[in-house]
Write a protein that binds this ligand. Structure first.
Ligand SMILES: Cc1cc2nc3c(=O)[nH]c(=O)nc-3n(C[C@H](O)[C@H](O)[C@H](O)COP(=O)(O)OP(=O)(O)OC[C@H]3O[C@@H](n4cnc5c(N)ncnc54)[C@H](O)[C@@H]3O)c2cc1C
Length: 435
């Protein structure tokens, strides 16, 4: 055992995984990043999390927090530090069916949440991937398949159970600790370790799922037509677009309609058929669980190294559309994904929580892959950055001060900083890249 951890407390016996443990290989890394932590603490309770924080402090080890391990910056692991892994905390309980109040532990994956809620006819909009963890999404935002119908995941958090950096366990709701609740809904990573959330789910069983492939005109007008359709679309319709280079640039559109009525699904999707030359269309009614399926669940081994950044677009101007197309067709292209916003995601008052972006209409995510990912992305972003109006903290692989300013603009950033300093004065949990 590493000498710096020679005093593992009895409560953590069997839960501290070090490099000589055969579990280490499967626990050291995240989705994007291979880590070499000194120890991983498999926490089963808030007490374990507090004990892990104490252990790290006593041993002088830097802390990384991990729920699902899908964070793009790899901050769910580190080199030489201590990882607090919450994956054993994955309970999902319906607290009150009539008010649709659900308690979800932070280490659950969204596929597990969808599976657990389906028998109750409930769902929580999360993200597009079933292996992503509750902790990362529900402390950052949560732009999911139902974003225009339901809003973001954070919009429906009513209370959060947190272990603060000094090991104190608290439950914050609007009455008991409104400041902690405010900061945990969008900037939670720097305030405390969330162990569970109370979230208001929505009534949902089946949804319409349509997959369209559209040839994109070289001047980007197809993207403008997509944005125009989404601006008029019913809230039930949320779409995600991936630009891909086939013989022609193709927009692969996934459209989710939050209803099981074939007629409403047809009506919602029909305007999309007019945005360009359709290469393929498929539509069906599927259970919500199929959008974040259990088949997504997997161990993380650093299998997807990449560089990712993002920006929020308010308007899809001709220049913005052209710039998006140029980035995806450059000799060193980046992968461009667009997510429709609007609808319910615009409902909350921007000052009501740390996720303040409530007027932008499109989330643009750009990714590049090794070996030249950083340079490729930086180059592409030079031409896309000017069209952005803020950013979403969770789609950023190299967060820095600039990311903070874009994710938490103006008074939001001031309040986030104040609250991070109040709840974690030593900056033990301050988000940082794994260096
Ligand atoms: C394939 C893929 C698809 C994605 N799709 C979407 C999507 O559709 N919509 C969307 O909104 N986002 C999406 N994301 C981004 C996602 O929101 C973030 O990556 C998120 O941080 C992942 O959560 P996690 O718990 O898996 O992360 P982890 O890697 O476990 O954690 C990342 C960081 O988040 C913070 N954090 C995690 N858990 C806690 C906690 N319990 N308390 C306090 N802080 C915590 C910590 O700083 C931690 O280091 C996607 C990412 C990937 C890789």
């Amino acid at each position: 055992m590493n000498s710096s951890l020679s005093t593992v407390p009895p409560g953590l016996a069997g839960k501290v995984v070090m490099s000589d443990d055969r579990r280490y290989r499967l626990l050291r890394s995240t989705y994007t990043t291979v880590g070499h932590p000194t120890a991983i603490v498999l926490s089963h309770s808030a007490d374990d999390v507090a004990a892990a924080l104490r252990l790290a402090r006593e041993a002088g080890l830097r802390v990384a927090v991990r729920s699902g391990g899908h964070g793009l910056s790899g901050s769910g692991t580190n080199d030489g530090g201590l990882v607090i892994d919450l994956s054993a905390m994955h309970r999902v309980d319906v607290l009150d069916r009539s008010s649709r109040l659900v308690r979800v532990e932070a280490g659950a994956r969204w596929a597990q949440v969808a599976q657990a809620l389906a028998p109750h006819g409930l769902a929580i909009s999360s993200g597009d991937h079933g292996n992503v963890g509750v902790g990362g999404i529900a402390t950052g935002g949560g732009v999911g398949w139902l974003v225009r119908q339901y809003g973001l995941t954070v919009d429906h958090i009513r209370a959060v159970e947190v272990v603060l950096a000094d090991g104190t366990a608290v439950r914050a709701d609007a009455a008991t600790d409104p400041d902690l609740l405010w900061v945990m809904r969008g900037a939670g990573a720097g305030a405390g370790i969330a162990v569970a959330f109370e979230i208001e789910a929505t009534e949902l069983r089946d949804v319409g799922l349509a997959q369209l492939a559209v040839a994109v005109e070289p001047d980007g007008e197809t993207l403008r037509r997509w944005a125009a359709v989404m601006a008029q679309a019913p809230r039930e319709l949320s779409t995600a677009v991936t630009l891909s280079q086939q013989d022609v640039t193709t927009a692969f559109i996934t459209a989710v309609v939050a209803t099981d009525s074939p007629a409403l699904i047809r009506d919602a999707v029909a305007p999309l058929l007019g945005i360009g030359d359709m290469l393929a269309v498929r539509a069906h009614v599927v259970p919500y669980t199929e959008l974040v399926p259990s088949a997504h669940l997997h161990a993380n081994s650093g299998q997807m190294p990449s560089s990712t950044t993002n920006g929020l677009f308010t308007d899809m101007t001709p220049d913005a559309a052209r710039a998006l197309l140029a980035a995806s067709t450059a000799p060193d292209p980046v992968l461009i994904q667009l997510r429709s916003l609007g609808g319910a995601s615009h409902d909350p008052d921007p000052s009501s929580m740390a996720f303040a972006h409530r007027h932008q209409n499109t989330l643009v995510v750009a990714s590049a892959f090794p070996p030249n990912d950083r340079a490729t992305l930086a180059d592409a972003w030079l031409s896309l950055g000017p069209y952005t109006d803020g950013a979403y903290v969770n789609f950023e692989s190299a967060p820095n001060e600039n990311t903070f300013a874009r994710a938490y603009p103006g008074p939001t950033g001031t309040r986030v900083t104040d609250l991070w300093n109040r709840y974690d004065p030593d900056g033990v949990l301050r988000p940082q890249p794994p260096v």
